[in-house]
Structures are given as C-alpha cells and as structure tokens.
Design a protein around this ligand. Structure first.
Ligand code: ZN
Length: 194
C-alpha cells in the first residue's frame, strides 16, 4: 500500500464529473486500499477518487470505525435537515456550516462489485454517528459530481473562504499535498474533514 497525494482546491479534477466503474479490477482494489491508508493518515473520515487525482465514481468512508466502500453510489432518499460544520481534505483548515439531510439511503457496489443498499438510519450506533455518516455520504457523492462543500456557503462566506485559502497558501501554487504516515503525524485531529 502507499500514500497518495491529495488534490487541493484549484485542481481541475475536483470539478470534473467522474466516470462510473464497470468492473472492479485488482488495480481498483489496490486504489481502494491506498485511499483508506491516505484518508487515515490525513485524519479524514471520507475520501473520494477525484481527491487523489482519479476519475472513477468511487469513494471510501470510515465513520465510527466502520469502513464503507461506495462504488457508483447514488443517493436514493434524503430525509431531514441539519446544519453542521464541515471541512475537506482538499481544502485543509477551511470550515463552513452546511445544511445536509440527516438520513440518506444510498445504493452502490461494494469492493467486490456486489450491489447493496445502505440506510443510515439503520446503521448501529448513536444518532449523531448516523447523521455524521449521512453527511459524509452526501459530501463524498458531491465530490463525484465535481461539487465541494464551499459551494453551499453564501457568496460572502465563499469569498471569505477564498481569501483565507489564498492567505494560508502563501503563494504556493501546487495543486497537490502529500500526507505523512499516520503514526508520525502531528496533525491536529479534526473529525469534520471529509
Ligand atoms: Zn471533501
């Protein structure tokens, strides 16, 4: 397994539509393993293929120590609404409040290519964990449609986020960042980074 570079805000691939996966190959399973390793090292709870420079419609998630692989996910139902702070591994240190459905039903293929349906309201765990999972699934499927959480902010907040981002980047124009292995990472833990 290896750590992948994470693509940052400004990288064109984050704005492109992904392509549905038509066969789960060994190469793709390797990508899934690498995405999990990269996500854990970056202290995230979700990571979508475009964030590692790939165009497949595929994302990995881990909320409450439950690994979830979603290949070709489609959200079949959204219910309820709550506002909470979100961040993104592709826009580190930028946060914003986003309204999301509190429950989703998602249809996808698993890492073996088997179709399944997941209703976040039936996943064992606290209501908070179920709602965080629903939020994470929405955030990650958005990535697969070229959408980022900052798109939901008001124009004023989007502009403030862009200014803060420019300031944080200090003129650094690179479109990727590398992550350090989890064991030696000193990065402050933020559960909201997806
Ligand atoms: Zn994200």
């Amino acid at each position: 397994m290896s750590l992948l570079d994470i693509y940052l805000l400004g990288a064109p691939i984050l704005r492109q539509e992904t392509t549905p996966v038509d066969a789960i190959t060994d190469e793709l399973r390797g990508l899934i393993d690498d995405m999990f390793e990269t996500m854990y090292a970056a202290k995230g709870i979700g990571l979508a293929a475009p964030q590692v420079g790939r165009s497949e419609r595929l994302t990995v998630i881990d909320v409450d120590d439950r690994q979830l692989v979603l290949v070709n996910p489609e959200i079949a139902l959204r219910e309820g609404m709550a506002r909470a702070e979100e961040g993104c591994l592709s826009i580190p240190d930028i946060y914003g409040d986003v309204d999301r459905a509190t429950r989703v039903v998602v249809r996808a293929l698993d890492r073996e290519g088997q179709p399944f349906e997941l209703d976040t309201a039936t996943v064992p765990g606290s209501r908070e964990a179920q709602e965080l999972l629903a939020r994470c699934i929405q955030h990650e499927t958005d990535h697969l449609d070229g959408k980022l959480f900052i798109d939901y902010l008001s124009l004023v907040k989007q502009q403030a986020a862009q200014r803060k981002w420019k300031k944080l980047r200090k003129g650094d124009r690179s479109l990727t960042r590398s992550v350090v292995p989890a064991a030696v990472s000193q990065h402050h833990h933020r559960d909201e980074e997806l």
